[in-house]
Design a protein around this ligand. Structure first.
Ligand code: SF4
Length: 330
């Protein structure tokens, strides 16, 4: 067991969190006795009501949305090759909150929180308390300003849309003031998982007027996550001039078959979002039960290529530490 999990295993998951898990399971008519649940973890169960409402009443083994959020005992397995910082975020971290790995763009971890806790999250062990605080914003942006090669800023997470609308507005206005930044990319799961909680009024009117090109990369792994509410929200963003892309993670038992991936691409397109990346799982401790190996992933992608037009085929990529960009696998 790695150190964070060891430490977390000593903590009792608050009773109210277990109550929330049991309430969700009761809603989908699954008995908690059928599943080896993880009763104690620092990366607690968290899911917004909207996401829970999209979960179908079917057994856990065939339940792609439930699997993404349900803390299970397999997360405590110690598996060689799985670590707490699988993509070496902390090696490319010139300032708190800032990650600079690739030419031309830098990433700011804007918020320590997410509206949903995805069990496969590659930042599930990230030291958010030390790293992410609004008081670091100015020094992180000063470091961006000092490097004239950076023209794109990525807001990532935690989820930037978990910030209050006022805090998000403060941050993006600071970014807008940096002349060399031409593109603002926002990575967020909130528009899919909690479309009712995504920032609205000030944010949408700023989007309509900013000089920046704004790209919103949402995170959706299965067509069942898309709803009439997500479609309505995506429409608002599109009307505000935002380019909408999706990234998924290839997850065993969630979307590791060609029909599911095909449906996902079509439904994203129906809602005005283009599939961008299909990420291979980053090997973060606690997530090994989600792994699809590279050979299987490449074979799936090849099959998918034969079924989808090129513009609906996401790039199959892997984050390999030390490379100058994500590595295409197929
Ligand atoms: S929303 Fe993104 S950052 Fe947050 S837990 Fe899920 S994968 Fe991780």
């Amino acid at each position: 067991m790695n150190s964070a999990l060891k430490q977390s295993a000593q903590k009792e998951q608050p009773a109210k969190t277990m109550q929330a898990v049991n309430k969700m399971l009761a809603r989908v008519e699954i008995s908690s006795e059928q599943i080896p649940l993880l009763a104690e973890t620092a990366f607690a169960f968290k899911a917004p009501q909207h996401f829970i409402e999209q979960i179908k009443k079917q057994p856990t083994a065939d339940n792609p949305l439930l699997k993404q959020i349900l803390p299970v005992a397999a997360e405590l397995d110690s598996v060689p090759g799985y670590s707490e910082d699988p993509v070496a975020d902390l090696t490319f971290n010139p300032q708190p909150s800032l990650i600079h790995k690739y030419h031309g763009r830098a990433l700011m971890i804007a918020s320590p929180k997410c509206d949903i806790h995805c069990r496969y999250c590659f930042r599930r062990h990230f030291p958010y308390e030390e790293q992410v605080n609004q008081r670091h914003w100015q020094s992180a942006l000063d470091a961006v300003k000092a490097d004239s090669s950076i023209h794109e800023l990525i807001l990532s997470g935690g989820d930037p849309m978990s910030l209050s609308e006022n805090a998000l507005m403060k941050l993006i206005r600071l970014i807008d003031d940096i002349e060399q930044i031409k593109t603002l990319r926002i990575h967020s799961r909130t528009p899919v998982a909690a479309p009712d909680q995504a920032p609205r009024q000030q944010f949408l009117s700023w989007l309509k007027n900013t000089r920046l090109k704004v790209v919103l990369v949402v995170h959706c792994n299965h067509a069942d996550e898309l709803s009439t509410q997500t479609e309505a929200l995506f429409n608002l963003y599109r009307q505000a001039g935002v380019t909408l892309l999706n990234q998924s993670v290839l997850l065993k038992g969630v979307n590791d078959n060609v029909e599911t991936l095909q449906q996902l691409s079509h439904k994203l397109f129906e809602q005005g979002v283009l599939p961008y990346y299909l990420n291979q799982l980053d090997k973060v401790a606690g997530s090994a039960h989600f792994e699809v190996n590279d050979e299987q992933a490449i074979a799936l992608h090849k099959e998918l290529r034969g079924l989808l037009p090129g513009y609906l085929l996401p790039k199959l990529v892997k984050d390999i530490v030390g490379r100058s960009s994500k590595t295409p696998l197929a």
